[in-house]
Write a protein that binds this ligand. Structure first.
Ligand code: TRP
Length: 329
């Protein structure tokens, strides 16, 4: 292998918000120039909680359109949908047989998600989610896994499963490393800045990439801040700090440039300027999202090409793993 491989994915579940864009998709655009990159729309993960079939289809196209509109280039990177490459489910089964109930029970995301609903009615798929994610990563021999802080534990599990498999059957998988972005890896909720921006919270808490300018302005003007008056990067003033982080990421300016710019101005002025920055930054992306969403045939074609390229790599790893286990071929 010449260049190291990077693999990451996002679930096609309804809303892609500014936190996903700044924390995940934007860093991927840079990563694709450095690594042989593979970006997946993880629909098999999405169905671990109930999905409406029509909405799932729409969300899958929308997520693909957002990848493309944000600058992920299918000439540089592989873009594909997980369910179109059967090897993901197949390797997940093989890994299930070496994964332990105990280690999966300790996954914090599972504990959170299963407690929200009734644990008794939680799907086995949700419990097994991290093993499927390990399969995603290991199939492509990805050394680099760009994820948010909340996914670090899952990548850790993928490392453990890779090592366990390699020890038992001989070297088969590359041990992956999580790569956690610094700023923006955690864009927080607009109405509760101690929590991560999340599509499962109220609509006022996040800015969807598809929100109209009016909605974006309204949400930012309503964002929770403290009762201070100066515009300063102070992590203790969570709400303001979060808005300033968004401003910084979209403007590309330094902290001191921004603080100087807003010296003597109040929260209202700052929020107005931030709202316009978000609106103008998202406008060209929204235009491209519209273009792709109106060209499903083009999306289908890009995804098909992606699935073909992904399958080639995935099948070669899967064949090797099956051979190591002792399956007859
Ligand atoms: N679980 C990840 C998330 O919710 C999505 C994901 C699935 C993923 N498979 C992956 C991320 C493989 C990185 C690598 O954010």
């Amino acid at each position: 292998m010449t260049k190291q491989r990077a693999f990451s994915g996002i679930q096609p579940s309804g809303v892609i918000h500014l936190g996903n864009y700044l924390g995940a998709i934007l860093p991927w655009v840079r990563i694709q120039n450095k690594y042989e990159s593979i970006f997946c729309v993880v629909d098999l993960h999405a169905i671990t909680i109930p999905q409406d079939p029509k909405e799932l289809t729409e969300s899958t196209y929308l997520t693909t359109a957002i990848y493309l509109a944000s600058g992920i280039d299918p000439k540089k990177s592989i873009i594909f949908v997980q369910s179109q490459v059967p090897a993901h489910a197949e390797l997940a089964w093989l890994l299930n047989t070496i994964a332990h109930m105990g280690e999966l029970s300790r996954m914090t995301q599972f504990k959170d998600k299963s407690q929200k609903g009734n644990a008794e009615n939680t799907s086995v798929g949700l419990f097994d989610y991290p093993v499927l994610m390990a399969s995603d990563i290991l199939l492509y021999q990805a050394g680099i896994v760009p994820v948010g802080e909340d996914q670090k534990q899952h990548v850790e599990l993928a490392r453990n499963l890779a090592e366990r498999f390699n020890n038992r059957f001989g070297k088969t998988f590359i041990i992956p490393n999580p790569v956690i972005g610094k700023t923006g890896a955690r864009i927080m909720s607009l109405d509760n800045p101690s929590r991560k921006m999340s599509k499962s919270d109220s609509a006022g808490s996040y800015i969807a990439l598809t929100d109209s300018p009016e909605i974006i302005r309204k949400k930012i003007m309503r964002a929770v801040t403290d009762s201070g008056s100066t515009i300063k990067f102070d992590p203790k003033r969570e709400g303001l700090f979060n808005l300033l982080t968004i401003y910084q990421m979209l403007s590309g300016k330094t902290e001191s440039q921004i603080e100087k710019h807003f010296a003597g101005k109040g929260y209202g002025d700052f929020k107005k300027e931030l709202a316009e920055l978000v609106v103008t930054s998202l406008a060209p992306i929204q235009k491209k999202i519209d273009y792709y969403m109106k060209n499903r045939r083009l999306l289908d074609r890009i995804l098909k090409t992606g699935a073909t390229k992904a399958s080639r790599i995935a099948n070669s790893t899967l064949t090797e793993a099956k051979k190591k286990i002792g399956f007859v071929s």
